[in-house]
Design a protein around this ligand. Structure first.
Ligand code: XCC
Length: 655
């Protein structure tokens, strides 16, 4: 295997890749070397939707194609490269929307169970958010109990999935101009499941064969994720588990403890994880762990379940997506407890080299070779204790081959949209006004959302770090979620001190005044909807145009890998945000489709896609876009003045 240093910029990861090799354990970094990416699928030129194929329709490389050759470069059914690339792209959006949507549906059903008293170990924690939703949806509040109100709100939210006509309720949260645009283009989603089903139908053999029409459904489906499934999940999780507020914690494999029972919770849906946090503090459970020779129970998170636990409870994070198997490689993890999404099947093979138990808990996500212990939300604490007990029982099986990397970094998380509101404006006049003012006066150049996964096709974490550092150096405030937030946290960018070290003078001055880091952790991937809400709040506060597409903002997923990331990117683009992806781009097989997404979309949505694997170049594409928007708003001069002011200051300092 190539040098571990070439695989990650994170020391703990490098150390564990080397340990895995010594131990004979296989991990994703090795598999990525032996299994090369398929170049035909990579560019979206493989059609496998019927049994007349699969058909490959790649353009000849390095030579001009004649018109006749081009005419013949089609699938057996005659499908053109444009149709094939657009269909593949739409199917990715549908899968991503389905994943977030199914998470949202589970949360809606869970919420109803909590409201009806059928999940007695949970309660409604954020009354204010519940009442706000009730007001938004016209649900009667009167003197009814929170639970009665929650039943009505829950039914309305659950109904969003199977709705056949009309529009999703949360679309009304978007700026008015955006809503009108969606209606004009015919992309306002009707029901979450409906859009996914229609996307699957239209991409079936012999249905929609006009790439522009297919990509319209792509927007409608993705918007059903951002302003539907994901937003429903975030809102319900806040109501039941509490809306996040700033919290101090630590991140990286060094959070594992040599003398305690280490349990990692990994996946996306937080109901079990919430109960595990309670169960791990139960004196009985701690006593039981001690009876097995451990000093206590150490709970840590991985991937987005980690983000959920971090944001609300400060539970430390063991690592991001590419570190999941490496946690097992430490030899110190008694159980890796998983729910849904981003769980590598390779975990069970890695675990065979150690004592770690891989425990699946969701009926939708079983893994061959793992132990299945189904979680029952109606008996939540009991379920969580059973899982925890299995982990504790496994402590005695821990071998001698234990090595926990030392790396762990302090971080502050918990920046929900509401928290940013309070922090900036104060408890009694919460608003985005100070942010808008600082953008208008040029101290903050703009705002960027840098989100998404890790991908072993690039150097782990390094693309994110280069991009984020370049952005904050240029006075762009960075909002993060998912595994990219973790990459920045590990590198120390999520503490207030990072502002003076890495940020430009303008951004640093604002961060220092408010006491925030220059890179804000806003949560898990479904919480990208918090970024939508923050952008909407900026529009509504005034002075920066009247639509999201007017704002000096941009988005990126520099190390993306999942279909969910494509759905997220598309809902940002459809909401008016310029969005740049790294690693690779799945429609490069068709110039027409790529041009449509990269250029024509700007005319249509005010936001468009871009692909740039070089993080510095990508950051500058974002900065250029931000500057273009500043100019259109007439606030470009303000920034020049601020820079002049700083030069003047320096001159004065020198005197
Ligand atoms: Fe990607 Fe979403 Fe998964 Fe991490 S966990 S790998 S989807 S960033 Ni959400």
């Amino acid at each position: 295997m190539a040098e571990a240093e070439n695989k990650s910029s994170d020391k703990a990861t490098i150390e564990m890749i080397e340990k895995a090799a010594q131990d004979g354990a296989r991990v994703v970094f090795e598999r990525a070397e032996t299994t090369r990416a398929c170049p035909i699928g990579l560019e979206g030129s493989c059609c496998s939707i019927c049994a007349m194929g699969p058909c490959r329709v790649m353009a000849p490389k390095g030579k001009e194609e004649t018109a006749e050759e081009r005419r013949k470069r089609v699938g057996v059914c005659g499908a053109t490269p444009e149709t094939i690339a657009a269909r593949n792209f739409l199917r990715k959006i549908a899968a991503g929307t389905a994943s977030h949507g199914d998470h949202g549906r589970v949360m809606a059903k869970f919420f109803l169970a909590v409201a009806k008293g059928e999940a007695p170990d949970y309660e409604i924690k954020d009354e204010q958010k519940l009442l706000q939703l009730a007001l938004d949806f016209g649900v009667n509040i009167g003197d009814r109990s929170n639970e009665e109100i929650a039943v009505d709100v829950g039914k309305l939210l659950l109904n969003e999935f199977g709705k056949q006509e009309g529009e999703l309720l949360f679309l009304k949260r978007a700026p008015l101009k955006r809503q009108e645009l969606w209606r004009k283009l015919g992309v306002a989603p009707r029901g979450i499941d409906r859009e996914v089903v229609e996307a699957m139908h239209r991409t079936h053999m012999g249905v929609d064969q006009d790439y522009k029409n297919l990509l319209l459904q792509g927007s409608r489906t993705a918007l059903a994720d951002g302003w539907g499934g994901s937003m429903i999940a975030t809102e319900i999780q806040d109501i039941v588990f509490g809306t996040p507020a700033p919290v101090l914690s630590q991140i990286n494999l060094g959070v594992l403890k040599e003398d305690e029972v280490n349990v990692i919770i990994h996946g996306h849906e937080p109901q079990l994880a919430e109960m595990m946090a309670i169960a791990a503090q139960d004196p009985e459970m701690i006593k039981y762990a001690k009876s097995k020779g451990a000093k206590g129970i150490n709970l840590a998170g991985m991937c987005c379940t980690a983000n959920e636990m971090l944001m609300r409870h400060g539970v430390p994070i063991a690592g991001n997506f590419l570190q999941q198997e490496l946690a097992v490689v430490t030899g110190a993890v008694e159980a890796m407890v998983v729910d849904v999404q981003c769980i590598m099947q390779g975990l069970t093979d890695t675990a065979n080299c150690y004592h770690t138990k891989i425990i699946t808990t969701d009926p939708r996500a079983k893994i061959q070779g793992a132990t299945h212990m189904e979680f029952d939300e109606h008996n939540a604490l009991k379920s969580a204790k059973a899982v925890l007990k299995a982990a504790i029982d496994n402590f005695v099986n821990r071998g001698k081959n234990v090595r926990i990397p030392q790396q762990k970094t302090d971080m502050i998380a918990g920046f929900s949209h509401e928290t940013i509101n309070y922090l900036l404006g104060g408890m009694f006049r919460a608003s985005y006004r100070p942010l808008n003012d600082n953008i208008i006066n040029g101290r903050i150049r703009g705002v960027a959302g840098v989100v998404g996964c890790n991908n072993p096709r690039v150097i782990h974490d390094s693309v994110n770090l280069a991009m984020v550092k370049e952005l904050i150096k240029n006075d762009v405030l960075v909002l993060q979620t998912g595994c990219m937030a973790m990459a920045s946290a590990k590198a120390g960018l999520m503490i207030p001190e990072a502002a003076s070290e890495y940020a430009g003078e303008g951004l640093a001055s604002v961060c220092e005044t408010v006491g925030i880091p220059p890179v804000l952790h806003m949560g898990s991937c479904i919480d990208n909807t918090r970024i939508l809400m923050a952008a909407t709040a900026m529009v509504k506060d005034g002075g920066l145009g009247d639509d999201i597409s007017d704002l000096p903002v941009a988005g990126a997923a520099p190390e993306w890998m999942s279909e969910k990331a494509i759905a997220i990117g598309q809902y940002f683009v459809g909401s008016g945000v310029f969005t740049v992806f790294g690693v690779n781009w799945p429609t490069l097989g068709s110039k027409e489709v790529t041009d449509f997404l990269f250029k024509d979309f700007e005319e249509m949505y005010g936001g468009m896609w871009a692909f740039e694997p070089d993080p510095i170049k990508a950051a500058h594409l974002m900065i250029e876009h931000i500057d273009k928007k500043r100019k259109a708003l007439g606030i470009d001069k303000a920034r020049e003045r601020v820079l002049y002011d700083m030069a003047m200051r320096r001159e004065l300092d020198a005197v």
